[in-house]
Design a protein around this ligand. Structure first.
Ligand code: SF4
Length: 338
């Protein structure tokens, strides 16, 4: 039975086990959105190839580690369709067709294109697949006729490109594809252990699935206010990554106290970090215990993905029928057409 709720579609590149930054970025929003939307959440394993086509041997492990973390964080397969992109080949078909009508200039102008080329200059990603990833991303969304895509501000241009591609398709072949809206969600950017943005590529993360001891040790190693050399030096919490994490995870009254005590040098960094570690561990406790039960039942995770693929295929199949019809590509499927 089709859902009456508006539909959203979102995905994450298959990057493996998730960290606090992923949780406070997209994932916690997804968990919340499940209440009010018909949700399609996709592990984007093909997208992982756009920048990492040379390292695929651990892709299955990355996919399952990510799904385990999704489920542990509270994604509910009874409310959301959870699936892996490559298990629904319709994404490739629609991407190919949309690629025929997407002007090259649109792709070259995508703000993140040159930025990622610069960031990953040591990798050879001057490829057709990398330039074309916004087309694949558009196909991911349009395949499910999603009416909205949950994104942070920096992702809005991608949704705009999807809308333009849908408009161009509909202008050429008739109104088949749904133009999605960007559903702006608050996503917190967390600092990592070294103060830079928490990211696997910087090796500065706190993972959802690591042990409490590892979390404590990592937080103990975090950089703090560089000007606070001795315990009696007044601190500047506004430049301290430990304080930035307190603001995300600690209760407001505790944050106020820490700020005042840091400035007055009545709280030392060792104690401040111990306090943060205890808070983070308490917040992660339900996720970590749920996670273990998913790790112990990999067969159940596979069943969820198989059922997700089936439901995604069913929804996407309806769109593709209409797309093929509109483009007059149905003759190959009709035996008596020749
Ligand atoms: S007391 Fe806390 S907030 Fe202040 S500098 Fe040390 S770690 Fe940072």
């Amino acid at each position: 039975m089709p859902s009456e709720k508006p539909r959203i579609m979102s995905g994450m590149k298959a990057s493996g086990a998730l960290h606090l930054g992923n949780w406070m970025g997209a994932l916690s929003n997804w968990v919340r959105l499940q209440q009010d939307y018909d949700c399609f959440f996709m592990v984007a394993d093909w997208h992982a190839l756009t920048t990492g086509y040379h390292e695929t041997s651990d892709l299955p492990q990355r996919v399952s580690a990510m799904v385990v973390d999704w489920l542990a964080a509270g994604l509910d397969p009874d409310r959301a369709v959870i699936f892996v992109q490559s298990s629904v080949p319709l994404h490739a078909e629609l991407s190919l067709l949309l690629g025929m009508l997407t002007p090259l200039g649109w792709l070259e102008r995508v703000p993140s294109y040159k930025e990622i080329l610069r960031e990953l200059e040591q990798r050879d990603i001057h490829t057709y697949g990398f330039l074309g990833y916004p087309v694949l991303q558009s196909a991911d969304i349009l395949l499910y006729r999603a009416t909205a895509v949950p994104v942070g501000q920096d992702q809005v241009p991608h949704v705009e490109m999807t809308r333009e591609i849908a408009r161009r398709f509909n202008g050429l072949y008739g109104p088949v594809l749904t133009e999605p809206e960007a559903l702006l969600t608050e996503s917190k950017v967390l600092p990592g252990l070294d103060g830079r943005k928490m990211s696997k590529s910087y090796g500065n993360t706190i993972s959802l699935g690591e042990s409490n001891q590892e979390t404590t040790a990592k937080i103990r190693s975090m950089v703090t206010d560089p000007a606070r050399i001795r315990r009696q030096d007044p601190g500047h919490p506004e430049v301290c990554p430990v304080f930035a994490l307190h603001r995300v995870f600690s209760p407001a009254s505790r944050v106020t106290d820490i700020e005042a005590q840091c400035r007055a040098a009545t709280l030392g960094c060792v104690d401040c970090k111990a306090d943060l570690a205890a808070t983070v561990i308490t917040r992660l406790e339900p996720i970590r215990s749920r996670r273990q039960s998913w790790v112990d039942h990999p067969g159940r995770v596979n069943e969820i993905l198989a059922e997700g693929a089936r439901r995604a295929e069913e929804a996407g199949g309806q769109t593709m029928e209409a797309v093929r019809d509109a483009m007059h590509l149905t003759s190959a499927r009709t035996p008596d057409a020749v």
